[in-house]
Design a protein around this ligand. Structure first.
Ligand SMILES: CC(C)(COP(=O)(O)OP(=O)(O)OC[C@H]1O[C@@H](n2cnc3c(N)ncnc32)[C@H](O)[C@@H]1OP(=O)(O)O)[C@@H](O)C(=O)NCCC(=O)NCCS
Length: 378
């Protein structure tokens, strides 16, 4: 039996949460097309859909809002801990540590029942935005802003980040970005969450595994690298096409392009391109979108020449959307986690409900029949 490189094409679980058609560039969450959801639902409605398999009615949505609001504030011990984080800490490392520490102050941390896990999923979804914004403000020498109970997740996040409410277009744009990032099948971070849960470790441990996995440049870390790339291109003064060709010539990867599953444009990138257009026109500044479009055109030309099916992914346009929203580049990946925690936890409910230890094999390619020599004679 030989190793499947990167587990490509290997099916490791059944799920009712999402399905991807990589050839057509389609994504559905629990039966609903991502385009429909991004245009017509809020992040809370999608969280409910992932956790319960159906969209909420008004009463169910209000109830979820109340539960999230009740869990938004951090425990004083957790806030004190965040206060002593180094101000130059990587925000994903700060988030990983803070979510891990949430378990210390949660009386239900070790209760693996479905009911307790559902309460903890709400707690993490409610507190991750508070953690991200508290860390960001503290590192900038400002006091954290207390959450507001009258705002949804997107509006409350922008309020806690900036200390003032955001306008409707900004809230709606950010909300749609959260919807687009909430769930994505057996991606690397979801897989690592399920592997951790498969050992019957608690849900905090599983989400911490996922946060660590999301941090990498090949996964969630790509969105901040897209922005760094755009800034680099602008600073270089190079024509974007020439910049892309020279990066490809050096065998570098152009961030925000390519996907293990999509062999067509990622449908999330299509919606994000539209959102980017709206928000940048609203802000009267379209330079990042213009530059992104030039990079996309150059990539499309180069990929056609090489015959590779490499198209923009979710991270490509989210970078300029977040920048236009005034969000610092190193917070892009924590924001991905803030949305994806709903997908992670929904997968964890599935994993715990029908658990079997996830334990693949390795193909041994090392030596055999060696004999141990005494240490002095090795
Ligand atoms: C996402 C990603 C890790 C998927 O990787 P993968 O499925 O393992 O694909 P491979 O690494 O096998 O790449 C296949 C080929 O496409 C090329 N390729 C893949 N992504 C590329 C990119 N972003 N830019 C340039 N070339 C790329 C590889 O160099 C490789 O070429 P080769 O066959 O000539 O060696 C990869 O596309 C990537 O690194 N993208 C940039 C990071 C990113 O945007 N990640 C976010 C994903 S949502």
């Amino acid at each position: 039996m030989s190793a499947a490189s990167g587990l490509e094409g290997v099916v490791v679980a059944q799920t009712t949460l999402s399905a991807i058609n990589g050839e057509k560039g389609e994504l559905i969450y629990a039966g609903y097309d991502i385009d429909d959801l991004a245009r017509n639902t809020t992040f809370e409605e999608v969280a409910y859909l992932l956790w319960n398999g159906k969209l909420p009615n008004r009463g169910e949505l209000d109830d979820l809002h109340r539960k999230l609001v009740a869990e938004r504030a951090l425990s004083p011990q957790l806030l004190d801990l965040i206060r002593v984080f180094p101000t130059d800490a990587n925000p994903m490392a700060a988030l990983r540590t803070a979510v891990s520490a949430m378990a210390f102050y949660d009386a239900e941390a070790e209760d693996n029942s479905d009911e307790a896990n559902r309460r903890k999923a709400i707690r993490m979804t409610a507190q991750i935005p508070t953690i991200i914004t508290a860390f960001d403000r503290l590192r900038g020498g400002k006091e954290p802003v207390e959450p507001r109970s009258d705002l949804g997740t997107a509006a409350n996040f922008l309020y806690m980040l900036n200390g003032e409410p955001a306008d409707e277009l900004r809230v709606r744009t950010f909300d749609a970005a959260l919807v687009l990032h909430a769930e994505h099948g057996m991606n690397a971070s979801t897989f690592s969450a399920r592997v951790t849960a498969g050992t019957l470790a608690d849900i905090y441990s599983a989400v911490v595994s996922a946060i660590g996995t999301l941090k990498g440049a090949s996964h969630g870390g790509a969105n901040m690298r897209v922005m760094e790339m755009l800034v680099d291109i602008e600073k270089s003064g190079d024509e974007p096409g020439a910049w892309v060709r020279s990066a490809l010539g050096r065998k570098e990867r152009v961030m925000g392009f390519g996907h293990r599953v999509y062999k067509a444009t990622d449908p999330r990138a299509t919606v994000l391109r539209e959102l980017a257009d709206q928000i940048m026109k609203g802000a009267g500044e379209t330079r990042w979108l213009d530059l992104s479009d030039q990079v996309r055109a150059a990539m499309s030309e180069e990929m056609e020449k090489s015959g590779k099916k490499i198209y923009p992914n979710v991270d490509f346009f989210s970078a300029s959307v977040y920048t236009t929203l005034g969000i610092k580049t190193d917070l892009f990946t924590p924001i991905f986690a803030m949305a994806r925690v709903t997908g992670w936890t929904a997968h964890l409910f599935e994993q715990y409900a029908n658990n079997r230890l996830i334990r693949p094999k390795a193909e041994y390619v090392g030596p055999r029949d060696l004999k141990v020599e005494p240490v002095e004679s090795r």
